[in-house]
Design a protein around this ligand. Structure first.
Ligand code: GDP
Ligand code: ZN
Length: 448
């Protein structure tokens, strides 16, 4: 800290070709740089002006729009310049080179957002939501991320934190007058207030867990012989949502894996039909990796033909599947077997008879999968939480609960409340150590 930040630049738009591409520059006092790019004229704040961009030798690069956002009314809170040109990779590289020639350096991943955080344009949870929104792979995930970005999650945390601060002040003040402590706390309804804080934290944690489900999805292993109806079943499960499923950004599509959506929750499906013995080294490595992922599956769905039941091939694969994972056996083609749809639950597993072709009984499977996932149907207002948020929330709650048990030992109570407050502060970035900050921002893409 203390060092004056330098000027950073990056291509802000996605690589490849598009109608428009944007190079962004951020730094302290960019007015002269903006005037240079404006060919001698400083663009008025936050107004797009049409003009021409030139390289340092004065050669024309492109025509486009120039925007100047003087601090603090910008994304980063510093002066920001945007050059919007035609979205081709060469144009973008030339515009970027122009920015570099004027004294900027290439931005690190997430550095624009990091500056926005450091300049109090947003808190840490909101900064993380920027990355989440960009990476969102389902509509529900994007909606939830943008809610966090707009501060809904931070506000909920902030509310509890304010209650906690009030209570801490009360408890610590009482510590100074030991002879009055019991009456004092009773009069101030300290216990009720702690209970209210614990309830609020439980509610936020619950919604954050739901959001984590939206973010991580459910890992499903699909077992079944060829022609038993796996593809048909996936299509029925996904229903109309299938069309908008995409792979998670950055991972290449894997023949053994597929992602569909169920009520907005990504269902990552590994089809064991692809797990055959092979001499091909590359394929074998892929298959080994898939077996490792199967170890972490949330549920195993085995499909059999209702007319034949479980075959010896099914049992061969079965022997290799992890035993602690919940299982569902789907008896498919009940229409051909002329059997009714049915759900049978035992301690070990669940059997669902349905028809992937007609869709009869598919609701039984959908609802059972959602139940296994712990999804509540009312979950509109979920928080798109990260693992680190869940950890901090659980810890904040645990400390308040311990404080409640300490209601005679004031010093211990004060200490628990302090730790709860610290845990909440980690979410918004009030008390977040620098190395964690570095790690969070390094996972952003460049230009954000
Ligand atoms: P996969 O090889 O396991 O993916 O099986 P498919 O989903 O490709 O289905 C194989 C054949 O079975 C197709 O002709 C499907 O139309 C048919 N099929 C799948 N499920 C059912 C079902 O529930 N009832 C009937 N009658 N046919 C089905
Ligand atoms: Zn198939």
């Amino acid at each position: 800290m203390g060092r004056r930040p330098d000027i950073i630049t990056a291509v802000a738009t996605a690589p490849g070709r598009g109608g428009v591409g944007i190079v962004r520059i951020s730094g302290p006092d960019l007015s002269s740089l903006a005037a240079t790019l404006g060919n001698g004229k400083l663009p008025p704040p936050r107004q797009a002006i049409f003009g021409s961009f030139h390289d340092s030798d004065g050669r024309l690069i492109d025509e486009g729009l120039l925007l100047y956002f003087p601090a603090p009314h910008s994304f980063t809170g510093e002066d920001v310049i945007e050059m919007q040109g035609h979205g081709g990779p060469v144009v973008m590289q030339l515009l970027l080179a122009r920015a570099l020639s004027l004294g900027a350096r290439l931005a690190e991943p997430g550095e624009f957002t990091q500056r926005a955080f450091l300049n109090d344009k947003m808190d840490l949870a909101q900064a993380e939501a920027v990355a989440d929104l960009i990476e969102a792979s389902t509509v529900a995930a994007a909606r939830s991320a943008v809610r966090s970005l707009s501060g809904v999650f931070s506000d909920a945390i902030g509310d509890v934190r304010d209650q906690l601060i009030d209570l801490r002040m009360l408890v610590e003040a009482t510590l100074d007058f030991p002879e009055e402590e019991i009456d004092f706390l009773a009069a101030a309804r300290a216990v009720e207030r702690m209970q209210a804080i614990a309830a609020a934290l439980r509610d936020i944690l619950d919604r954050a867990e739901q959001g984590a489900l939206l973010r991580q999805g459910l890992h499903v292993v699909l077992v079944g012989q060829p022609n038993v109806g796996k593809s048909s079943l996936l299509n029925q499960l996904a229903g109309h949502e299938r069309a908008i499923v995409t792979d998670i950004a950055g991972t290449t599509r894997d023949a053994l894996k597929e992602t569909i959506q169920l009520a907005g929750i990504p269902l990552h499906i590994i089809d064991t039909a692809g797990l055959r013995d092979t001499g091909d080294t590359v394929e074998r490595i892929g298959i080994e990796r898939t077996w490792k992922e199967i170890e972490d599956a949330d549920v195993i769905v085995r499909i059999v033909d209702a007319r034949h039941g479980i075959t010896s091939e099914d049992e061969g694969i079965d022997a290799r599947l992890p035993s602690g994972v919940p299982r569902i056996t789907v008896e498919n083609k009940c229409d051909l077997a002329q059997l009714d749809t049915q759900l049978t639950e035992t301690d070990q597993s669940t059997r669902i008879r349905l028809s992937a072709k007609t869709g009869d009984g598919i609701t039984l499977l959908r609802e059972h999968l959602l139940k296994l996932a712990g999804w509540h149907p009312h979950s509109e207002d979920v928080f798109f939480a990260r693992k680190r948020h869940l950890g901090a929330l659980s810890s904040a709650l645990a400390h308040v609960e311990t404080a409640l048990e300490q209601n005679q030992a004031l010093e211990l109570m004060a200490e628990e409340l302090r730790q709860s407050h610290d845990a909440l502060g980690e979410i918004t970035g009030e008390f977040t150590p620098d190395d964690l900050l570095g790690e969070i921002f390094s996972r952003f893409c460049i230009g954000k």
